[in-house]
Design a protein around this ligand. Structure first.
Ligand SMILES: NC(=O)c1ccc[n+]([C@@H]2O[C@H](COP(=O)([O-])OP(=O)(O)OC[C@H]3O[C@@H](n4cnc5c(N)ncnc54)[C@H](O)[C@@H]3O)[C@@H](O)[C@H]2O)c1
Length: 348
């Protein structure tokens, strides 16, 4: 297949593109390489893709209407994996306009591209954050998601509604995937695994919000990618009765993609300490605005559709993350800073 992956220099995008290339597909990857977090990391991820002959790279902003229209007009895609977005709950309190640009305007441009090109399947990233303060666990796709507690979640909830209207109006087959806290090698510097590892190694305190009374359904990147790759050939078809918010008469569906194993924050920290071989200094703080107390994915729907079965225990996933984190800072990053070919370095 010829597949467009947006956000290809991002954490999930790079791993997804790599897996699709491994499976023999041609991948067109786009990203605007913005500086929400260090661009060097995005470039190093990209370098691992650019050495692959079936990977085509274009630096594009999805909010640029003409460029995205031209991209879709230039060649047909058999599927689109839309992962480019302004991510992060906390940042959405500081810079909501970044979310409007990437997540609302950019998303509209991707929908329009798929509509005019009659793309057979659009798979896009939503988030567990749409469940807000849902107290019923595990979170099921048909649970109410009408009360987002961050602007980030509000834009992702909007994406789900926007995608549904395109599925209904134009018959565009769309799957929205609600990702649950993804972690692993090449992960995001604004997320807990990276922030905590960095602080523990530097002997600095880690910030433990809500006094540790948080739970997250941490999901290892390879399991997430496995779910995406399995789902891609399975475009939804029209014909449901529309009786559930996650299904519809239109060719549209929503699926959770998570580990189905919520981890209390303090257990997560203990496991990370063991993986690093050092204790954390903990600074206990109150709940942060926009945060949710717990996430827990019901993944029966995705399992039923694809056989998805997450298989990476937290300790194993964190061991791999910490090993990568050390290698990145020892072998890869210094090469980037000194201007060496990061392509060669990033191959490790
Ligand atoms: N990582 C998680 O735990 C998690 C959880 C829930 C949802 N998600 C969603 O999954 C997707 C991928 O997340 P990630 O963790 O890989 O984040 P990421 O920030 O590493 O990747 C997103 C990529 O999109 C690019 N991008 C942002 N705005 C763009 C624009 N206007 N034009 C082109 N490219 C743009 C960024 O440069 C970045 O490389 C996002 O949609 C995110 O909201 C992630």
């Amino acid at each position: 297949m010829n597949i467009l992956v947006t956000g290809a220099a991002g954490f999930i995008g790079m791993h997804t593109a790599r897996a699709l290339l491994d499976a023999g597909h041609r991948v067109v990857g786009i990203d605007n390489l913005n500086d929400y977090y260090p661009v060097a990391l995005k470039e190093a991820r990209l370098a691992t893709l650019r050495e692959r002959p079936d990977f085509v790279w274009r630096q594009l902003d999805i909010a640029d209407r003409d460029s995205i229209a031209a991209l879709f007009a230039a060649e047909p895609f058999d599927a689109v994996v839309h992962l480019a977005a302004q991510a992060g709950v906390r940042h959405s309190l500081r810079d909501p306009h970044a979310y409007v640009s990437a997540n609302l305007l950019g998303f509209t441009n991707i929908l329009e591209g798929c509509r005019h090109a009659r793309t057979p399947h659009l798979v896009f990233a939503s988030t567990s954050s749409v469940y807000g303060q849902n107290a019923k666990v595990p979170f099921h796709e048909a649970d109410p998601t009408d009360h987002p507690v961050s602007f980030y979640a509000a834009t992702k909830k909007a994406n789900e509604a926007m995608a549904h209207s395109y599925a209904h109006l134009y018959g565009l087959p769309v799957t929205g995937l609600r990702f649950f806290t993804v972690y692993g090698p090449w992960g995001r510097p604004d997320m807990a695994p990276w922030l905590f590892t960095e602080a523990i190694l530097a002997g600095r305190p880690i910030k433990v919000f809500n006094h540790g009374q948080l739970q997250r359904d941490f999901t290892y990147i390879d399991d997430i990618v496995d779910g995406i790759v399995r789902l891609l050939p399975l475009a939804p078809t029209a014909g449901g009765d529309g009786s559930r918010p996650d299904e519809s008469w239109a060719p549209y569906r929503l699926c959770n993609i998570g580990n189905h194993d919520p981890i209390p924050l303090l257990r997560f920290i203990e496991t990370l300490e063991a993986a690093i071989g050092r204790e954390a200094i903990k600074e206990f703080l109150p709940m942060q605005p926009g945060d949710v107390p717990a996430t827990f994915a019901d993944t029966d729907k995705l399992a039923g559709l694809t056989g998805f079965s997450p298989r990476t225990p937290l300790r194993e996933g964190l061991d791999r993350f910490v090993a990568w984190y050390r290698r990145y800072h020892v072998d890869i990053l210094p090469g980037l800073k000194s201007g060496d070919s990061y392509g060669a370095q990033a191959r490790h």
